[in-house]
Design a protein around this ligand. Structure first.
Ligand code: RFL
Ligand code: PHB
Length: 393
């Protein structure tokens, strides 16, 4: 097999990349180790930055998002029994975000890919290794239906997530990894009940962080901070609702509606950056190169930024003959990645119960929240970061 761009992974990064390349007239093959059903059911992110929604629209993948997605003009910060709304358009000159689940983005992109002539998308095709990444003809060795095969490419893009194989092809001596893990995770539930608030609620409580999000007007998505290594099944549904109620409690009598829980799982929290994001003709995009804790809602949006940057660079090379933007890929992406790392870290440390925190640390945490609630400048900083940094800037 031969193609221009070999893409490993059919998460949002790989699927959107295949779409954007197709729209630019560039061929690709996508190799995905899981089956289609698994990819379409995986519960993950829920918030699309304005720039992400714009990219999906421009790629021709925004029709259902525009119909079913929910535009959100703010979030609520809850602490000390009080509520503070961060007004996105008011603070950023009109920007907002869209609540539309990552699984739905993936379904829409897969449907386009299999319906059109967007190039092969192979499910059940596991990449084993990227070979000759810094040569003229990189290859992906993969196994499909029990048979090993080789995909020869002009470029390979590793969109294979945190557990993928692509970044192993970058020689160790050229790599720097920046990492931080947090000694807690998020217990997430999906519940068949209308969201108890019309915008997301980020709550800081002595017992730990809680987040109220949603998937639709009738489906809630809620998270609780739990200790590292927590088994989701150790929490009964009632225990989850009781704990959520405690952490979201306000002085003004706000009520949390309960409903049947349809999914429950625990997500670990990690900050991770792999530098560089490029080696020869191998490019890394999305979670393959960087992870953020979910508190800033940035992971999916970073993946989109990376692939937009790659396609811009590749079309620039095709149209002008200049490899300048491809050469700058890692640097360009990393500027935006580190801004998202900073924001996700700030949101995480401001809102979670940090093990080992002293009473002094807790007062500082509250002072950071008070500052956002009382200063337009501090509120604007959060609103700008949450609604999104420019792509490729
Ligand atoms: P993905 O989605 O992990 O996709 C990688 C794909 O590669 C496949 N793969 C392989 N295929 C072939 N050969 C191999 N050897 C392979 N190894 C792996 C995998 O099967 C998979 O299909 O990475 P991608 O595309 O970079 O996308 C990144 C996002 O998924 C991730 O950043 C977000 O989900 C993070 N995230 C959030 N991001 C947001 O922007 N907003 C949010 O609100 C948000 N909330 C979240 C989140 C992530 C969460 N979890 C579960 C980690 C909430 C949660 C709970
Ligand atoms: C979600 O809806 O899954 C979600 C929303 C906001 C976050 C993280 C996750 O910060």
């Amino acid at each position: 097999m031969r193609t221009t761009v070999g893409i490993i992974g059919a998460g949002p990064a790989g699927l959107l990349l295949a779409r954007l390349l197709h729209n630019a007239g560039i061929g690709s093959v996508v190799l995905e180790s899981r089956d289609r059903e698994y990819v379409e059911r995986r519960q993950r992110a829920g918030i699309l930055e304005q720039g992400t929604a714009d990219v999906l629209r421009a790629a021709g993948a925004g029709e259902r998002m525009d119909r079913e997605g929910l535009r959100h003009d703010g979030i609520e910060l809850r602490f000390g029994g009080r509520r503070h709304r961060v007004d996105f358009p008011g603070l950023t000159g009109g920007r907002s975000v869209t609540v539309y689940a990552q699984t739905e983005v993936c379904k829409d992109l897969i449907a386009l890919q299999v319906a059109g002539d967007g190039g092969p998308l192979l499910f059940g095709a596991e990449a084993l290794a990227v070979e000759d990444a810094d040569g003229a003809r990189p290859r992906v060795r993969f196994r499909y239906r029990g048979v090993e095969d080789v995909l020869e490419c002009d470029y390979v893009v590793g969109c294979d997530g945190f557990w993928g194989v692509a970044r192993k092809a970058v020689p160790e001596e050229l790599v720097r990894v920046f990492e931080r893990s947090y000694p807690f995770g998020w217990l997430g539930i999906l519940a068949d009940v209308a969201p108890s608030h019309d915008e997301l609620v980020y709550a800081r409580h002595e017992r730990g962080f809680a987040l109220l999000s949603m998937r639709s007007p009738s489906v809630s998505r809620l998270y609780l901070q739990v200790p590292e290594g927590t088994d989701a099944d150790a929490w009964s549904d009632d225990a989850v609702w009781d704990e959520l109620e405690l952490r979201f409690a306000t002085d003004d009598g706000w009520r949390l509606e309960r409903g049947p829980v349809t999914q429950k799982s625990v997500t670990p929290m990690r900050s991770y950056v792999h530098e560089p994001m490029r080696h020869g003709r191998l490019f890394l995009a999305g979670d393959a190169a960087h992870i953020v804790p979910p508190t800033g809602a940035k992971g999916l949006n970073l993946a989109v930024g990376d692939v937009v940057t790659f396609v811009r660079a590749l079309t620039h090379q095709r149209d002008t003959g200049s490899a300048e933007l491809l050469d700058a890929y890692s640097e360009t992406c990393l500027r935006r990645v580190w801004q998202a790392e900073r924001f996700s870290y700030d949101m995480t440390t401001m809102l979670h119960r940090m093990p080992g925190a002293t009473p002094f640390d807790e007062r500082i945490q509250l002072a950071r929240l008070e500052r956002i609630a009382s200063s337009r400048a501090a509120g604007t900083d959060l609103a700008e970061a949450y609604t999104g940094f420019p792509f490729g800037g």
